[in-house]
Design a protein around this ligand. Sequence first.
Ligand SMILES: [Zn+2]
Length: 112
Amino acid sequence: MHNINDPRPQPATKTIPADVRSHIQKLERRLDSLVLVNAAMWELIRDNTNLNDENIIERMNDIDLRDGKLDGRLPKTIRPCPSCGKPMRPGIQQCQFCSSYAPLDSPFDGCL
Ligand SMILES: [Zn+2]
């Protein structure tokens, strides 16, 4: 029996429902596919230009640091609505407060 005053992490006792497990497996397959496509694109670029692995790692770190944190994640920029000025959620083109439309700043904004 687990003592609730014991701060050590305990093994999960609940099982993951089948529909959640299936969804996770689909996401893992999509992620694997995206990683494969990215690796192929990078190798084509590297092999047909003067760029090398050091260049892409340096650029990855530059982009990662745009939010001030080197955490291996794409920074999520929160931009103000051009109409009401309230913060818009990353990747969203319509303000949740005033319904104004604001086009994405980058093609990757829709992926966030
Ligand atoms: Zn707005």
